[in-house]
Design a protein around this ligand. Structure first.
Ligand SMILES: C[S@@+](CC[C@H](N)C(=O)[O-])C[C@H]1O[C@@H](n2cnc3c(N)ncnc32)[C@H](O)[C@@H]1O
Length: 226
């Protein structure tokens, strides 16, 4: 457990949680993964100890991330690459008369979130398996999109941004949270992205972009508005 926490705090996504119950990661390569950091997130029960470690709250500051989304209770929100649902459950509580679509490319994450929603009595949280290159959002169907610690994993980021933008309702907003270049935790430096690069990805999708004035200790929040 301690080693998992250290992995997340020091490198966030640089290594899988032990034990490797399945074949080596390179045997699981996503065929369409182009420029992003390739990494699998199998064994959700193990990752939950890391992603949902209460100690994460101190540096992740989830309430401030959610504040950046300017939610109202009836909204539909997509949490892309939702993992074990750290943000999804908070979002679902914030949109009490709306709903949350929590996507992931890992079957076990989707299984975990589905069971978590039942266990925690969260009826408006719907976990959905998606392919790596497509968030599978219906056109103009969501008010807000949150993407936390996922952008640096994407292959063709511009193509993915275009699909997310198409899923937004007019007036909708996307918030992308990822690690600063000089962060004390996060993926290996060569896989980190400057906020400007993410803003450019969103601008190429036709969104009006800005870096949020809400500052996190190790991460930025890039906003895109339709
Ligand atoms: C570092 S975890 C972050 C999980 C969650 N967002 C959080 O903040 O706790 C990255 C997650 O993104 C998922 N992921 C990676 N590439 C993805 C893609 N192309 N589409 C959707 N999810 C993806 C991984 O399976 C993993 O669960």
């Amino acid at each position: 457990m301690r080693s998992l926490v250290i992995l997340f705090l020091a490198a966030c996504t640089s290594a899988p949680p032990p034990p490797p119950a399945k074949p080596a990661p390179e045997q699981h390569a996503h065929a369409d993964h182009k420029g992003g950091m390739h990494h699998r997130f199998e064994n959700a029960n193990e990752w939950a100890k890391v992603f949902d470690d209460p100690a994460r709250d101190e540096w992740q500051q989830p309430d401030r991330v959610i504040e950046a989304l300017a939610l109202s209770p009836a909204m539909t929100v997509a949490d892309i690459g939702a993992g074990t649902g750290y943000f999804s459950v908070r979002l679902a509580r914030a949109v009490s008369s709306g709903s949350v679509i929590a996507t992931d490319i890992e079957e076990d994450m989707v299984r975990y979130m589905t069971e978590r929603a039942t266990r925690e009595g969260i009826a408006n949280l719907h976990a959905q398996l998606t392919p790596p290159e497509d968030p599978k959002l219906a056109a103009g169907s969501v008010d807000r999109i949150l993407v936390v610690d996922v952008w640096h994993h994407l292959g063709d980021r511009r193509a993915y941004a275009a699909k997310l933008a198409a899923g937004l309702r007019p007036g909708g907003m996307i918030a992308i949270v990822d690690f600063k270049l000089d962060a004390t935790r996060g993926p290996p430096p060569k896989h980190r992205l400057p906020a400007d690069a993410i803003a450019a990805d969103l601008a190429a999708a036709g969104l009006a972009t800005e870096v949020s004035t809400i500052e996190l200790p190790d991460q930025y929040i890039v906003i895109g508005k339709r």
